[in-house]
Structure formats: C-alpha cells, structure tokens
Design a protein. Structure first.
Length: 505
C-alpha cells in the first residue's frame, strides 16, 4: 500500500483526543468500565456532530444463529447509547459492524467477498469505520488473514469480549493504531448489564447458557464459543420479569443445547455469583419458572440436542400450554454409523423412539431439524437411512446443509467425499425433505389457531403476518395495530411453509 493510502487509513474520521486527556481513574470493574467508555465515546460523537453538522450512522450485519442475532442486539444497544443512529442499510452507514459466523466455510467466503466490496468506500472516507466480531474472529488464521490482507478493517474482536465494543471503539478513534485487534482465547468474565436494543417490542431471545461441550466431530462451535456455561436461574428469571414488565409477551430461551442447562454454571468460572440452592435444578425447572412469570404468554426454546431431551421435559411441555408446540431437534443423519462418527451419541433407533415419545404426549407438535449431507465416509446406504428418518419423523421443516470441512475439528482429518457425489445426494435428500414438509406442514388447514402477529406483510398489501405456537406462519388481512398481539386466525389454505388465512373472533 502506498503512503498516502496508509495515512488515510490511519486517520481517525473523528476529533482526535489526546490520550493524556483521559481521566486517570478508568474503572477496573465491569460493567462500570464499559459505561465509562460509553460516556467517552458519546462525547467524541457529539464533538463530531457539532463540527460536521450531521449525525453519524451505523449498521450491524449479522450472520449465523439466534445466539449471534441476540449478541447483535447488545452491540446495537451500545452503539445507540453512544449517540449513533441506526442506518436503514449498510450502504448508508458511516460505521459498519459484521457479527460473523463460521459454522460452514461459505460463511467465511461471504464475509471476505463483502469486505472486498467495501474497500473503495472506506478509502474514499465515505465509510468511516469497519468492525468485525463474532465466531469467525475466534480463529487465529482468520485474524492473521485480516491483519495481512484487509488492513482497512478498523476493529476486530471476538465472542468472549464483544461487550467491550465501546472501549475498543474508543481506542480506535483516539489511538494511532490502524487496527485494534482484541480476541480472547476463552471467556474471562461475563458482562450482562449493558444496554440492548431488542429487534421486536413483544418477543425476545434470552440467553440461558453459552458455549457447547458436545464436540460433534464436524462442528466448530465449541472452539469458537468455548465451554458450556449456564447463567444462574435468578439472573435469567430477573431478565424475563423485566421483559414482561416492559410488555414482552414471548421469550425464546437460547443455548446450543438447552437440555443440558444447569450442568455447568457460569458462576463456576467467574466466581462472581453464588450458585443456586438446588443443585438438581435443570431445564424443565427453568422453563416452568419462566412460564410462571406474569405477562409472558408464550415460551420457546432453541436448540435441543436429542441425546439430552428428557421425558420430564416432554411432560412439562405437555402440562404447560404456554410452552410452544415446536421442538427443533437436529438429527444430522439417519445412519447410526455416521451418527457414531459424528459423536452425536444417539442411534437412528434411539432418535425415532424419542420422536415417538414426544408425539405420544404432544400430538400436535411441530418437529423441525437440521440435516447434513456429505459427512466423510457417508455411503448411499447412509443416505437411504437419512431419507428414511425424514419420512418417519415427519418434519414440518428441515434445514439441509452440505458438510463443510472445519479445520481443527476431528472430521477434517477424515477422508472426504468428492463434491459431485455429495451434490447429487444432497438434491436427493432435499427432494424428500420438501415433499415431506409440504405435506406435514399443511395438516392444520381448516383449523383455527392463535397467532402472535409479528409484522405487516411486505409483499402482500393489506396483509399482516402471525406466527403460530408451532412456529408456522400465516398471512392474513389486517393492519399494523395488531402487531404484538395474539389473535385467532382461520387457516384457509396451506402454501407449503406458510398459510393464508383470515382473522376470526
Ligand atoms: N447446537 C445445535 C447446532 C448448532 S450449528 C445442535 O447441536 O443441534 C447449526 C447446524 O449447522 C447444525 O445442526 C448442523 O446441521 C450444521 N453444521 C454444523 N457444523 C457444520 C459443518 N461443519 N458443515 C455443515 N453443516 C454444519
Ligand atoms: Fe456443534 Fe454439536 Fe455443539 Fe451443536 S451440539 S453446537 S452441533 S458441537
Ligand atoms: Fe455460527 Fe457461531 Fe452460531 S459459528 S451458527 S454464529 S454459534
């Protein structure tokens, strides 16, 4: 890079404040420390606005799962607190943050492609700052690549310190470093009392645990999200109570494997909290307690690992009408041998027996799943088993993925299947998945269901969209005044993954 470009990149678009001007007593403790940095950032932004006569905007783009989406709500909370305004889209933003996912290689490629297209805007100064965070940044080789090939990126941070956004941003805006990079190998502390900007005003995700201990042999999540740690029940219940007080009616309890909630508490790591008095307190207890909170009308959870879904949980769901009749139960494969090599710790028969136990007590439940095609060593017979399990489990919806090699995972060292063969098998599985879910998800046609209205329909004028407790969507005539309320809708016509209907009293 030539010197002029280098100089341009180094320059902060904001008023540079001398580091000497920062008060000496920076709080050590969180969240005080971040609140302190949020104040400092706020001052910087105000200065900029006063000097330039216009506000500064940001956009956060989120890749990946619900966990990342919820983290982004916290990032947005911080950015708004320091005085930035959310832009309608990335092209109009002065500051862009990408909260990345790395569960499959194409997620990484997507980010690099995107960064390439932002380079020009960054060099002209039209785009003032680029920040990258999330799971992909937990991989040292990714950070190295960004350091070398994407020097116009300003901020890089990971999944264990994203709460430090204000501090890192401040360091970039006031410092001389071209890039501020801070990624931790493992969680140090858990900071929860920072601002959040929830996407909806009536439903919200609530983290009940972080990380994963399962080490499925194909999966990178345990490496980038760390060991499994559950939040203590008191904190979770307090958060849900607060949401209910603010008018939220639906919560989704979030974790990579909610069925092992309570096995390892956060407090064991941070020592900042006392453990709950009941050492046997587990997910069914938690979901029951959440349902008891006044104002909360619907409770969802995501994700369930089949090996840990207990009969007690099924009983608790059956006994509690507030808990949504939807279980996302990722199967990955129908072949017992492939499941063994994936380290999933259940067989095809055990999975199907679990599905039967669920359906026996929850006859109208919707089951959804994740399926992977192309795991190393998979044969045509294994694919037949996967197709068989799709037909027998009768999924309302199945997310189907092509296996992607993740370096550092055990499966990466196994012999891989040629892509042509995998692609062919993938289409075969997809055809069956589509056929089954179109048939299964249309079974409610002619019934009336209670739905939570989520939004005005963008594609059909005069229509609004509601979600049933089994997670299926219905579009029906209505206006924005119904958003956030529960209404009864007659399901007139099944359209594959959604219904068309009309509101009834
Ligand atoms: N904790 C959840 C899954 C989280 S990842 C569970 O265990 O069910 C979401 C989905 O991504 C997985 O269910 C799996 O189907 C898919 N996935 C994970 N790693 C993958 C890989 N290496 N290649 C392709 N798909 C993968
Ligand atoms: Fe990955 Fe398995 Fe953990 Fe799910 S349970 S996040 S697939 S390691
Ligand atoms: Fe992706 Fe991280 Fe979620 S890798 S799927 S965003 S936990």
């Amino acid at each position: 890079m030539n010197n002029i470009k280098e100089k341009k990149l180094k320059q902060s678009p904001f008023t540079i404040v001398s580091r000497d001007a920062i008060p000496a007593a920076i709080p050590d403790k969180e969240p005080d420390r971040q609140e302190y940095y949020m104040d400092l950032c706020h001052e910087l932004i105000e200065n900029y606005i006063a000097q330039n006569g216009k506000s500064l905007t940001f956009n956060v783009t989120t890749f990946g799962c619900q966990m990342n989406a919820h983290d982004s709500e916290k990032l947005i909370g911080i950015l708004e607190t320091i005085g930035l305004i959310e832009a309608l889209n990335e092209d109009e933003a002065d500051i862009v943050i990408f909260n990345t996912c790395t569960v499959r290689e194409n997620a990484n490629q997507k980010l690099y492609g995107h960064l390439g297209s932002l380079k020009k805007r960054k060099e002209t100064g039209e785009l003032k700052l680029i920040g990258l965070c999330g799971c992909m940044m937990q991989q040292p080789e990714v950070v190295q690549h960004i350091r070398e090939s994407y020097r116009f990126v300003d901020l890089v941070f990971g999944t264990f310190n994203f709460y430090k956004l204000a501090e890192l941003l401040y360091n970039r805006l006031t410092g001389k470093d071209m890039q501020v990079i801070e990624v931790l190998e493992k969680p140090e502390i858990n900071v929860e009392m920072l601002p959040e900007k929830r996407k909806y005003s009536f439903k919200s995700g609530v983290n009940i645990m972080y990380g994963c201990n399962n080490f499925c042999s194909f999966c990178i999540v345990p490496y980038v999200r760390g060991r499994e740690r559950s939040r203590i029940p008191e904190d979770i219940l307090e958060e849900v109570k607060k949401l209910a007080d603010e008018g939220y009616v639906e919560v989704m309890l979030l974790g990579q494997n909610v069925n092992s909630y309570g096995v390892n508490y956060l407090a064991d790591i941070s020592e900042s909290k006392i453990l709950t008095e009941n050492p046997d307190y587990s997910f069914p207890d938690l979901i029951n307690d959440v349902c008891r909170i006044e104002g909360i009308k619907r409770v969802r959870f995501m994700t369930s690992h089949p090996k840990d879904l207990s009969d007690r949980l099924i009983d608790v769901i059956a006994a509690n009408p507030k808990i949504a009749r939807h279980i996302h139960l990722p199967v990955q494969s129908g072949s017992t041998e492939i499941l063994r090599r994936m380290n999933r710790r259940y067989s095809k028969e055990q999975y199907l027996a679990l599905v039967e136990r669920i359906r026996a007590k929850l006859p109208d439940v919707s089951l959804t799943t994740d399926i992977m095609v192309g795991f190393p060593g998979e044969t045509d017979e294994d694919i037949e088993d996967t197709i068989d399990i799709v037909r027998k489990a009768k999924y309302d919806q199945a997310f189907t993925f092509i296996y992607s090699v993740r370096s550092g995972t055990p499966a990466a060292k196994m012999e891989q299947t040629p892509p042509e063969i995998v692609n062919e098998r993938f289409s075969k599985v997809l055809d069956v998945v589509r056929e089954v879910s179109a048939e299964v998800s249309s079974r409610f046609e002619g019934q009336t269901k209670e739905v939570l209205v989520e939004c005005v329909n963008d594609h059909m004028e005069g229509y609004i969209t509601g979600r049933m407790d089994n997670n299926l969507l219905v579009h029906f005539p209505g206006d924005s005044s119904a958003v956030g309320t529960f209404v009864n809708v007659y399901l007139e016509k099944a359209k594959g993954f959604y219904y068309l209907g009309k509101q009834v009293k």
